[in-house]
Design a protein around this ligand. Structure first.
Ligand code: ZN
Length: 251
């Protein structure tokens, strides 16, 4: 049994078929990630109808300029829903830089505040912003704000900085790409109790589906690659990532 710890289900086409294939491929639970208020509402309604789907609420760093008082009130409201298991995805993206750094940092800080208030973990997106991210997380001890660095793309040295702060590290289909040597090296060395796997569907489909729309059933390819580099059986990798995801999100 596997868990996809990060999928944007409401962005997927032919969702009924996608969810059927997830079942057929023994995907036991899916954490479905929101990027704004409308996707929060759609994701919660999906989670209400399917007991194995869990929701989050947050504003993606790409849309950080949307995080105004009214939106924050909305996130605060939805964070109380029984199927909402995390705040996010949030974070910093200095690659796309859709909003100024200051706006992104403010939005991220508000998400951390919500995580603390509602006792929910945060789902962190970070791209070309590790320095600022670590600076912020150092002032927010992970004991108070646990969370995961989702779709991790750095090397092991960078991973250690997040591990030292208490955060989980999640690997996506990028770990299956031919050129991702450094990333596989990181995946090999993450402690067993801190590693998660995800698809980030509909983006970043793993090999051998690269270039196609991604879906939760493909998380098995991420699991296969990570199991291989760690030198453990597939079943064992599935078991530890499932246990870690359940512990982090209390699902
Ligand atoms: Zn995502």
């Amino acid at each position: 049994m596997l868990i996809d710890s990060h999928a944007h289900l409401v962005s997927l086409e032919n969702l009924d078929e996608v969810l059927k294939r997830a079942k057929d491929n023994k995907i036991e639970k899916i954490v479905s990630i929101s990027s704004d208020i409308p996707s929060t509402e759609a994701t919660i309604s999906l989670a209400e109808k399917n007991d194995y789907i869990f929701a989050t609420t947050g504003v993606h760093p790409h849309s950080a300029d949307q995080t105004n008082d009214q939106v924050l009130k909305g996130l605060d409201h939805y964070a109380k829903h029984e199927k909402v298991v995390a705040i996010g995805e949030t974070g910093l993206d200095y690659f796309y830089m859709n909003s100024d750094k200051e706006i992104q940092i403010n939005s991220f800080t508000e998400h951390i505040r919500l995580g603390k208030k509602h006792n929910l973990p945060i789902i962190i997106h970070v791209r070309e912003a590790d320095e600022d991210m670590q600076k912020i997380l150092k002032t927010e001890p992970a004991a108070e704000t646990p969370g995961v660095i989702h779709c991790f793309t750095g090397n092991y040295e960078t991973a250690v900085k997040y591990l030292d702060l208490g955060y989980y590290i999640s690997f996506s289909g990028i770990v299956t790409f031919k050129r991702s040597e450094e990333l596989r090296e990181a995946a090999k060395n993450i402690p067993s109790d801190k590693i998660l796997i995800e698809t980030d569907s509909p983006y970043l489909a793993p090999v051998p589906h690269r270039g196609k729309p991604n879906e939760p059933s493909f998380v098995k390819h991420v699991a296969e690659t990570v199991a291989e580099v760690r030198g453990v059986p597939f079943e064992e990798l599935a078991e530890i990532t499932k246990a870690n995801t359940e512990r982090l999100f209390k699902i």
